[in-house]
Design a protein around this ligand. Structure first.
Ligand code: HPA
Length: 285
């Protein structure tokens, strides 16, 4: 369904269900992208809820997206992890894709860490690199696909939310410091969201580079838009899974298997980085 609108009551229903299944009150939410879900194995004493049990939740149909909420402790903080996410190309409305973020907000989560697998448009990027998202280009939103389209409930956020600092400067600083401390090289760049599911043509890729994007993917921006609408602080990390180059011989055919394989390369670095960031967030509270 392309258009559907949810009310606060429906978000509350999903939040109430989650509260009925866990005693914990997480303050940090994490959304783990393609092949990146194994961070959740680090959570101690997890309460696990499958998405299909939660009212109104979208259920991912894509391989590499297990479709579970994992709620527990990680590095001393109570966290709620989405192991897998839904995408627009699966047929869900933007409003449904953003629903879990609204539910997180109702549950009291004020910090969101989003991860994804992305194609590297920046010629310096290599598969296995980690990129800190400094900003995004909402190409899919410019084409009219924005999760905030429709009636606005002012209790959830303003009609016209500011997006000038979508990715929290303090959290970015923390990520850079933690990466330095771990000896991890952390790229920085602009993420661009396309609808997918087809990968890009060389002409698409030339255009995306030209307009200033460093990494391309099919997620994240709808969730970040909903999170900023709700006033949540956001940190975004991309695992570069493949070279997205328009030059003959540089890029090559991109496959989902390749994306999942590269995810395995990124996971240990991503886990170390996110754990370090959580420790630092905990320390600063
Ligand atoms: N293009 C779009 N989305 C992606 C890519 C890509 O090359 N890699 C991972 N997600």
């Amino acid at each position: 369904m392309d258009v559907e609108f949810f009310t606060r009551e429906e978000f509350e229903e999903a939040a109430d269900f989650i509260r009925s299944r866990t005693q914990r009150s997480p303050s940090v939410g994490l959304i783990l992208g393609s092949g990146l879900g194994s961070l959740a194995a680090n959570v101690t004493e997890p309460d696990i809820i499958v998405y299909s049990d939660i009212p109104h939740f979208p259920v991912s149909t894509v391989e590499g997206h297990p479709g579970k909420l994992v709620i527990g402790r990680l590095e001393g903080l109570e966290v709620l992890i989405m192991q897998g996410r839904a995408h627009y190309y699966e047929g869900y409305s933007m409003q449904r894709i953003a629903l879990p973020v609204r539910v997180m907000h109702i549950l009291g989560i004020n910090t969101l860490i989003v991860t994804n697998a992305a194609g590297g448009l920046n010629p310096a990027f290599r598969p296995g690199d980690l990129m800190l998202i400094t900003d995004h280009i909402n190409l899919i939103g410019m084409a009219g696909l924005n999760p905030l389209r429709g009636p606005n409930d002012p209790h959830l956020g303003p009609r016209f939310p500011d997006m000038s600092q979508a990715y929290d400067p303090e959290l970015r600083q923390i990520a850079l410091q933690v990466a330095t401390g771990l000896g991890l090289s952390l790229r920085q760049g602009v993420y661009i969201c396309l609808a997918g599911p087809s990968f890009e043509t060389p002409a698409d890729l030339r255009f995306l580079r030209m307009i200033g994007a460093d990494a391309v993917g099919m997620s994240t921006v709808p969730e970040v838009t909903a999170a900023r609408h709700a006033g949540m602080r956001v940190l975004g990390l991309s695992g570069i899974s493949n070279v997205a180059s328009p030059e003959p011989g540089e890029g090559h055919e991109t496959t989902h298997e390749e994306v999942l394989e590269a995810g395995k390369m990124v996971v240990p670095k991503l886990i170390a980085l996110i754990k370090g960031i959580l420790r630092e967030i905990g320390r600063q509270r």
